[in-house]
Write a protein that binds this ligand. Structure first.
Ligand SMILES: [Zn+2]
Length: 386
């Protein structure tokens, strides 16, 4: 069949509208508006295309949109996933005024990832305009809160089961089949508060944390020396926060250390925590006054999908047919919603547009690559949903 053709004017106008709507994540910037207005815009746009639209509010005031282009029969169901929220706009002169210049659209969220969201809408429009009949359902998921706790993807994945998903975070039109995860931990050492003169009473929690940090430093070297994953590199860790003690004349009773451990596919949060606990046991064995504990604050798994998985094959073929070249199979160092979908049993791959400046003041998206993305998504939907 003819590949569905993309309405470039619709794509650009939609992207400009999306940038004009402030959707800064309120969990990152207190008081920011979040997804209410942009979800209403997206829901309305998809209703006008004739899709069956639901607005899910897993958390009050944090809506996600799930829109079904219904298939005719028993074909496989596919989700296109993009997030509605953006990071903050500090330092940006005019973040919500879209500017189109030299084939690039500038504005907050253009790259991460309102461009992709506009491409997903253009994909739906191309299939509707082209009167393409899919057998399986195509689900457009425009989700809340990816930049913080991923409330939206978790909610949509629970309510709308699909066989596969394409997450459309930017990949420069390459095919991302692996990314890292992370584990946030807090290690606490306990001492005994005492007047600064009473060395025979006081136990210094900060000095004990120093011993732990010495051990952690050695673990850090060890971790980075482990065999690197071929697409995402080696695991790593750092100690970004440290708080201990109350005042200069008092022995510190408590010290708390934040640790971020970046994980590679195959590593688990439990395994990471056990490595940290082994250091605490080592310090305790050397000195019975050492009292420490570790707890996990948040864990997000790493992600990996087989290059032979049907969704990877479908997107790879679609991209090759459209671009006239085979996209590279790549990994990304940062975490994305793809891991949540994979953990929920949904076969997932990531492909997105060309641009730059995510989370910076100079953010832009290459509009031509959005047209390419929309065309690839439409072709992939046609082949996968049969
Ligand atoms: Zn993003």
């Amino acid at each position: 069949m003819q590949p569905p053709s993309i309405d470039r004017a619709y794509l650009i106008a939609t992207l400009a509208d999306l940038i004009r709507i402030n959707s800064v994540n309120p969990s990152l910037t207190p008081g920011a508006p979040g997804e209410v207005a942009i979800a209403a815009y997206v829901a309305d746009a998809l209703r006008r295309l004739g899709l069956d639209v639901s607005v899910l509010e897993a958390h009050p005031g944090r809506p996600s949109v799930a829109a079904l282009l219904r298939g005719t029969g028993e074909g496989r169901a596919l989700m296109l996933n993009a997030h509605l929220d953006t990071v903050g706009v500090e330092g940006m002169a005019d973040p919500f005024t879209p500017i189109l210049r030299d084939g690039k659209m500038y504005g907050r969220g253009a790259y991460d990832m309102k461009g992709s969201l506009a491409a997903c809408l253009a994909t739906a429009k191309a299939l509707v305009d082209g009167k393409v009949t899919l057998r399986g359902n195509l689900l457009l998921a425009a989700v809340a809160d990816e930049e913080y706790a991923s409330l939206g993807t978790a909610a949509v994945a629970r309510q709308f089961p699909v066989d596969a998903a394409i997450v459309t975070e930017p990949t420069e039109l390459d095919l991302c089949i692996a990314h890292k995860g992370f584990v946030w931990l807090e290690v606490e050492t306990l001492g005994r508060a005492a007047h600064g003169s009473r060395f025979f009473d006081g136990v210094d929690a900060n000095m004990r944390m120093g011993r732990f940090l010495g051990l952690l430093d050695r673990l850090e070297h060890d971790v980075r020396g482990r065999p690197a994953h071929p697409l995402v590199g080696p695991p790593s860790l750092h100690a970004p926060t440290l708080h201990g003690g109350t005042e200069l004349s008092t022995y510190s009773a408590r010290c708390a250390l934040g640790i971020e451990r970046r994980t590679v596919p195959g590593e688990t949060a439990a395994g990471v925590q056990a490595e940290i606990e082994a250091l605490i046991e080592k310090a305790s064995a050397a000195d019975p006054t050492f009292q420490g504990s570790a707890r996990c604050i948040l864990a997000r798994n790493a992600f990996e999908v087989s290059p032979a998985a049907p969704i990877v094959a479908a997107v790879r073929a679609a991209a090759t047919d459209h671009l006239g070249r085979s996209p590279a199979l790549i990994g990304k160092p940062f975490w994305m919603d793809s891991a949540l979908l994979a953990d929920a049993g949904v076969e997932t791959v990531i492909i997105g547009p060309v641009g730059n400046g995510a989370h910076t003041t100079d953010e832009w998206i290459d509009v031509g690559s959005l047209e390419d993305l929309a065309a690839i998504l439409a072709r992939a939907a046609v082949s996968y949903c049969q």
